[in-house]
Design a protein around this ligand. Sequence first.
Ligand code: MG
Length: 390
Amino acid sequence: MTTELQEVPHAGRTTGSRIERIETYVLRPPLRRPLSDSIYDRTHWVVPVVEITTADGLVGTGYSGLWTGEDLVVRAIVEYLAPRLRGADAALIGAIWQDAYWSPLHWVGRAGVAHMAQAMVDIALWDLAAQRAGMPLWQLLGGRHPVLETYNTDGGWLNFTVDELIDDMQGMVEAGWTKVKMKVGGPSLRTDLARVAAVREALPADVELMVDVNQRWDRVTALRALRPLADLGIGWLEEPLHPDDVLGHARLAQTGALPIALGESVYSAESFATFLDAGAVDVVQVDVTRVAGITEWLRVAHAAQEASRWVVPHAGDMMQVHQHLIGGVGAGREAMVEYLPWGLELFAEPVHVDRGRLRLPLTPGASTRISAEARERFEDRENRPTPHGD
Ligand code: MG
């Protein structure tokens, strides 16, 4: 089942939106400080970028955010997706999505590398569509929220001492945030719970604290942790179990002790449907860089909202795209994104957050354009993939 892009009847537009050029490169901005969660230690953030140029000279930008494997993602675009895209009408986003999804890459990955590469292309096409419409993407998608709440997750790391954790969290509160998150999932549940209790105690009562396990518990540990965390008034419990354990998450959610948040490790609309159907997720953290782009993100968000769940995206995109998606379609009460300020220096128009509140931009496009200075400064030229085609 493939869509032949050339066979889709043209709606009488000029040929301005014909795709002429696809360029990829990789940026490697340093983090402000070394960070660990329960799975990884890291010093840098890696941002592979794709720029798609159409006949009328517009340039759409898509990107991803990862720690490693950028060569694989870029190669999937250059060698497998780009040859299908060249000459296609960039405005036919749905047709291009189907064509890429059902391309031979499907055989080797309906999640992971293939999906992340497709996401980069899809984001670039939506950026082009919004530029062509002369609107910021959030208005093109519906324009529901000009201002969003953010919750701060740029602290609370597992490699911090309790004193450092408290200092960090208090700094966020002083800077205006009323929702913050910390990591757990270390070797000892007792230590995890003591750290959470110390932070909870140190924060003002009206500041909400969320807890993120990054998949490291088994069902027994998670069940043991649930009640103590609920007693501490934790806002939500994030990724307690392996991301494929639908039944395990359903059991936790159905205790009603705490909202269960997950989604950054769920890579397809079909997988999200399984979690929703099973009652295994309350806070849907769908990430536009992990599912196959904005096209698939919208499917997940609409399904979650119809099932009366919150949609609070994971910030794998450093908020630049998600601000538009939640601003466009987010539900009123929980119009919120995760605040994670890594790599914001890369963008020509970085998100604008003040006192924990994000004001949506009015510039046409999806806020994905990389600044020329940032490319000059952070491009990884040593590990450039061999260019193929354009
Ligand atoms: Mg997380």
